[in-house]
Design a protein around this ligand. Structure first.
Ligand code: FEO
Length: 169
């Protein structure tokens, strides 16, 4: 059986992952409007990853005999809509999610739930990749800033990203 405080912390993280899915869906539209289909694909994959992250947490809570407390998902608001501004927000959002995963892990430590600590290690490692992935796109965007041809070439590159359902835990 899962500790009540830990169960609530898991529920908050599930909400954060669903918010991430919503956020990336909205960011996807920015690139759809610009006709940059490679970026659209990048966000399509990101949306699927966030849903997988949420489902992994949901399945784990039920596996441990707990239940999920769902709550409303806030409407994401973008501060700036050019590609660099959007990816600055992707990176800062992923850094925020990392801090939330760390807090969830800290609760698992506090209540001495070793199985949850073990499970959450997957998410801690995943956040390293999430931040790296956002950072890589942002670095390239800054490098090619003002060069429309290079932006189109980079867009083509991002169209190769594919979603592979993660094996979580
Ligand atoms: Fe679920 Fe992008 O972290």
């Amino acid at each position: 059986m899962m500790n009540e405080k830990l169960q609530q912390a898991f529920s908050k993280q599930i909400n954060a992952e669903l918010y991430s899915e919503y956020l990336y869906l909205i960011m996807r539209d920015v690139f759809k409007e610009l006709n940059l289909e490679g970026f659209v694909n990048w966000f399509d994959v990101q949306v699927q990853e966030e849903r997988a992250h949420a489902m992994g947490l949901i399945n784990y809570v039920y596996q441990r005999g707990g239940c999920v407390e769902y709550s409303a998902i806030d409407l994401p608001k973008l501060n700036g809509r050019n590609p660099i501004e959007v990816f600055e927000q992707v990176l800062s959002h992923e850094q925020f999610v990392t801090s939330k995963i760390n807090e969830l892990f800290d609760v698992a430590v506090e209540v001495k739930d070793r199985a949850s600590q073990n499970f959450l290690n997957w998410y801690i490692n995943e956040q390293v990749e999430e931040e790296e992935s956002a950072c890589n796109v942002l670095t390239t965007l800054k490098l090619i800033e003002g060069d429309k041809y290079a932006l189109l070439m980079f867009d083509k590159e991002l169209s190769a990203r594919t979603f592979t359902a993660p094996v979580i835990g």
